[in-house]
Design a protein around this ligand. Structure first.
Ligand SMILES: *Cc1c(COP(=O)(O)O)cnc(C)c1O
Length: 405
């Protein structure tokens, strides 16, 4: 164990399984560890640093706001918060939209749960249930955890309540059958990120939309991981046949500063009344200024279109790997959120080998490697990614073949 690992083990809860690297600096798509070694970052935190590391526009905006006004609470008006809500509504291209700001993805989902209940209870006091998808991920707070469709994550903390029904992520008929008059919302992602980079099919989304319309429930799309350009559109739902009533945002919105948002249109817009929800830090001037800089940079540099173009390049680089290396079996996801699927459950070993070859990716499932670079990645970076990943795959492939002989 290195010195820092030993100190951490003595000082922090062991909730995180860390890779044996200590990063001290980043610039653009590159990270540097405490020995000065350079890495190509194709994970972006966890789909967070979409403008790369230490982006000057974000750094300038944050520094300027720090020198001007950091915090006054939500008892008062502040310019950056209102401006950010207006800018977000413009990216959603909704006629009208209402936003609540919080500090994380889980908090955005918690806010959306409360919003959905307020909406449902206007129709019936027991209209508080939610239908969500197996494999979905919505955060670690108690309500968001119950929405999350992995029983193993619930088990140590039961009981969590009985207001969520989970159905298979690829079963449109099951979604349709699960929604009834006590359902206040249906919860989906456009692409399940933590669930292994699995696209939710159009027919499932259509079934969810139709069931919500039939029963007066809200369709909530958790865009915490897929939003803000990641999939090659501002939001994942914009590439699907459905329009949600509510979206949850966080991760990339302030390029690494903690922020979350829930945005509603239509029937969700007037569900919250004064006093229904609050956050001490939510929508504070500094994170709002950072998010405004992120949105402005994405717009001025055409990064949504760029992400779509680079997503096509990424798909072809990963597909080439499946033809050249035995252990690489398939590709899923879209835009700049993709996974290389392996022929065996060796993702942890491949991700560790990739790190040794100077590439940051992660094992999003036991048999899948997530590749989620910054939106401003270029083709030369993606060629380098493919080269380093191929070396890692070959190292693990050779080990596996050695075992089998
Ligand atoms: C990461 C993630 C969350 C949780 O976000 P936190 O900021 O870690 O609370 C929720 N939903 C989705 C889709 C995510 O990817």
């Amino acid at each position: 164990m290195t010195g820092l690992a030993a100190r951490e083990a003595a000082a922090l809860f062991p909730t995180y399984v860390r890779q044996p690297v200590t990063f001290v600096r980043g610039k653009g798509t590159r990270l540097y560890d405490d020995t000065g070694r350079e890495y190509l970052d194709c994970l972006s935190g966890l789909s967070v640093t979409s403008l790369g590391h230490a982006h000057p526009a974000v750094a300038e905006a944050v520094a300027a706001q720090m020198r001007t006004l950091v915090h006054v609470s939500n008892l008062f008006y502040t310019h950056p918060q209102v401006e950010l809500a207006e800018r977000l509504a413009a990216t959603l291209r909704w006629d009208g939209a209402s936003t609540f700001f919080c500090n994380s993805g889980a908090e955005a989902n918690e806010a959306a749960i409360k919003l959905s209940r307020r909406h449902g209870k206007r129709m019936h006091p027991e209209k508080v249930n939610v239908v969500a998808l197996e494999g979905g991920f919505h955060g670690r707070l108690l309500g968001a955890l119950l929405l999350t469709g992995s029983p193993a994550k619930h088990e140590p903390f039961q009981p969590l309540g009985e207001w969520v029904t989970h159905v298979a992520h690829d079963d449109a008929a099951a979604v349709d059958a699960a929604v009834d008059d006590r359902t206040c919302a249906v919860w989906v992602e456009a692409v399940q990120g933590e669930g292994g980079v699995r696209t939710v099919a159009d027919d499932v989304l259509r079934a969810a939309r139709a069931a919500c319309d039939r029963h007066g429930a809200l369709l909530v799309i958790d865009e915490v991981q897929t939003g803000i350009g990641r999939l090659g559109a501002w939001y994942g739902w914009q590439q699907t046949p459905v329009v949600p009533d509510v979206v949850c945002l966080a991760k990339a919105l302030a390029n690494g500063l903690p922020i979350g948002a829930v945005v509603a249109r239509g029937p969700g817009m007037d569900a919250f009344q004064a006093g229904d929800h609050a956050s001490t830090f939510g929508g504070g001037p500094v994170v709002s200024a950072a998010a405004l800089a992120v949105l402005a940079t994405i717009e001025s540099e055409g990064l949504v279109e760029h992400a779509a173009a680079m997503g096509t390049v990424l798909t072809s680089r990963l597909t080439e790997l499946t033809k050249r290396v035995g252990i690489a079996a398939g590709v899923r996801g879209r835009g700049l959120l993709q996974a290389l699927v392996l022929a065996e459950p060796a993702a942890a070993a491949v991700a560790a080998a990739a790190l040794e070859h100077g590439l940051v990716v992660n094992a999003v499932a036991s048999d899948a490697i997530r590749v989620a670079p910054a939106l401003l990645i270029n083709e030369a970076d993606l060629d380098e990614m493919a080269g380093r990943l191929e070396s890692a795959l070959r190292a693990i492939d050779a080990e596996g073949n050695g075992r089998h002989r």
